[in-house]
Design a protein around this ligand. Structure first.
Ligand SMILES: [Zn+2]
Ligand SMILES: [Zn+2]
Length: 347
């Protein structure tokens, strides 16, 4: 009898099915990864709760593990047995977006993932079959728990890169969840002054502990006045919204410096929400409103290097590690405002 592995599938709100699937042989240009750790991102949380009802879907896109098999024509610097990280975005390489350097938003990204009969990145499973270009060598001396957080780091690398920060800029990060906090770390490394806006005291204290220069409590303080105070009246050169509230964008725009950029990092919910902007802010202050999603292959490569070389310490963001069998419980923990990242481990 063929050997099987366990694969989780979201089938309805708060319902996870676990399939026994035959361990596949990688075909040409494919690799098989034995998953060791997978983190639960906001996307998986929303699918679980039913806020993003896409079923069936095999979730889990923040994946680390061991490379166990490679098909023909895989030319990787990773060898069998090495720790690897899987970047599960589809980057076809030949669509209009990929050819224009926007492989983070490949036109074919919504095609079924080729590794299984159920769509989805499928990292919340004991094995995952991936395409050769999705394989990144990890560092064998870094824990699987840290390695699986390469993907969120890559997303923030993209966000920071697009904002074109200059040393001494004033940066505002709205929201101090893990993604906001990663923005704080990377913006500090870019030589900027960082203000964090966060109403949750525990979270804002943590932001301060990892390097934020100033904290704003947007419920009890005037966001705009405080940003102006902390930037000598100039306003923020860059603002990142790492929350799902549309109002954060409107609020952010009021506090931008001339030539400032506001980047919408977190997706806004409910989807379809509209914002109101005074168009003269574009005209009179030359501000830019932009955003990013996911990461390019270059961002992902940089993230693997940052994790390998310990340029970013991810340990403080790992709030809880549960065994794969307790996936539903792990997602409940991930939904709690008291956690940053919750991971499941496969062993
Ligand atoms: Zn993610
Ligand atoms: Zn493409």
């Amino acid at each position: 009898m063929a050997e099987t592995y366990k694969r989780s599938v979201f089938v309805a709100p708060k319902q996870i099915r676990v399939d026994d699937v035959v361990i596949p042989e990688p075909g040409p240009r494919q690799a098989l990864v034995k998953v060791k750790a997978c983190a639960i991102c906001t996307w998986e949380q929303r699918i679980y709760t039913g806020e993003d009802p896409v079923y069936p879907l095999s979730g889990g896109h923040e994946i680390s593990g061991d490379l166990v098999a490679m098909g023909s024509q895989v030319y990787s610097d990773a060898k069998i047995g090495d720790r690897v990280v899987a970047s599960r975005l589809t980057r076809c390489g030949y669509c209009e977006s990929c050819r224009r350097g926007l492989d983070s938003i490949c036109d074919n990204a919504r095609r079924n993932f080729s590794s299984s009969d159920v769509p989805g990145p499928s990292g919340l499973s004991e094995y995952v079959l991936i395409e050769d270009y999705q394989l990144y060598k990890g560092a064998n001396d870094v824990s699987y728990e840290e390695l699986c957080l390469t993907e969120p780091v890559a997303c923030v690398i993209r966000s920071i890169r697009k904002a074109q920060l200059e040393r001494t800029d004033t940066v505002v990060v709205i929201g101090a969840g893990i993604m906001g906090l990663l923005h704080v770390l990377l913006a500090k490394q870019a030589g900027t002054k960082v203000i964090v806006s966060e109403p949750n005291l525990k979270r804002s204290e943590f932001a301060k502990a990892i390097g934020a220069d100033y904290i704003i409590d947007p419920v009890n303080e005037s966001f705009k006045d405080k940003v102006l105070d902390y930037s000598k009246g100039r306003g923020a050169n860059a603002i990142f919204t790492a929350v799902s509230l549309a109002s954060a964008i409107e609020q952010g725009i009021t506090a931008l410096a001339k030539g400032g950029r506001l980047s919408v990092y977190g997706s806004i919910h409910p989807r379809g929400t509209k914002i109101t902007i005074d168009p003269n802010d574009f005209h009179g202050k030359e501000i830019t409103l932009t955003g990013t999603v996911s990461q390019s292959r270059e961002d992902f490569l940089q993230a693997t290097r940052m994790v390998a070389d310990k340029i970013v310490d991810l340990k403080p963001f790992i709030s809880k590690v549960l065994p794969f069998e307790k996936l539903a419980e792990a997602i409940q923990w991930a939904l709690s405002p008291d956690t940053y990242r919750v991971l499941v481990k496969m062993d």
